[in-house]
Design a protein around this ligand. Structure first.
Ligand SMILES: N[C@@H](CCC(=O)N[C@@H](CS)C(=O)NCC(=O)O)C(=O)O
Length: 123
C-alpha cells in the first residue's frame, strides 16, 4: 500500500514538475556584475528538497523566476542529505532552506516563508 502511494505521489509530482518546466517562462535578468554578486551570496544557501514534492516545485519555480541557481540537496530516503536535514533542521520536511550565517546556520522550513525570504533578499 505504501509502495502504491509512493508511486502515485511520484507520478503526480513528475507530472507537476513537467508542467512547471513547460510553463515557467522567463527568469529575472540582472547585469553580469549583479548576477555575480548573487552567485557569491548563493554559496551560503542550499535547498533541501524532494524532486516530486509540490511544495518544492513551487519553491524551485520561484527560485527560477528570481534567477537563483542554488545548490539543491536531495533529502529522499537513502540520501546522506536526509540525515543532515534531520540533524540540522530538526525534522524531515521539505522544502527547507539552509542559510549559512557568519557564526550560525538557520534552517528555514515552509515554502511560503522560503519564497518570501528569497524575494526580500534578491529582488
Ligand atoms: N506547509 C509545508 C508543507 C511541506 C510538506 O508537506 N512537505 C512534504 C513533502 S511534499 C514532506 O516533507 N513530508 C515529510 C516526508 O515526506 O517525510 C510547506 O509549504 O513547505
Amino acid at each position: 500500500m505504501k509502495l502504491l502511494i509512493n508511486i502515485i505521489r511520484n507520478l503526480l509530482g513528475g507530472l507537476i514538475a513537467a508542467i512547471d518546466f513547460i510553463t515557467r517562462g522567463s527568469k529575472l535578468k540582472r547585469t553580469q556584475e549583479a548576477q555575480e554578486q548573487v552567485t557569491v551570496e548563493l554559496e551560503k544557501l542550499s535547498l533541501y528538497q524532494f524532486f516530486a514534492c509540490p511544495f518544492c516545485i513551487k519553491t524551485r519555480r520561484a527560485m527560477y523566476k528570481l534567477n537563483l541557481p542554488m545548490v539543491k540537496r536531495n533529502a529522499s530516503e537513502g540520501s546522506p542529505y536526509r540525515d543532515e536535514l534531520l540533524q540540522g533542521g530538526g525534522k524531515i520536511q521539505t522544502p527547507c532552506l539552509r542559510i549559512e550565517k557568519d557564526d550560525s546556520v538557520e534552517w528555514l522550513y515552509e515554502s511560503s516563508a522560503i519564497i518570501s525570504y528569497l524575494e526580500k533578499r534578491f529582488v
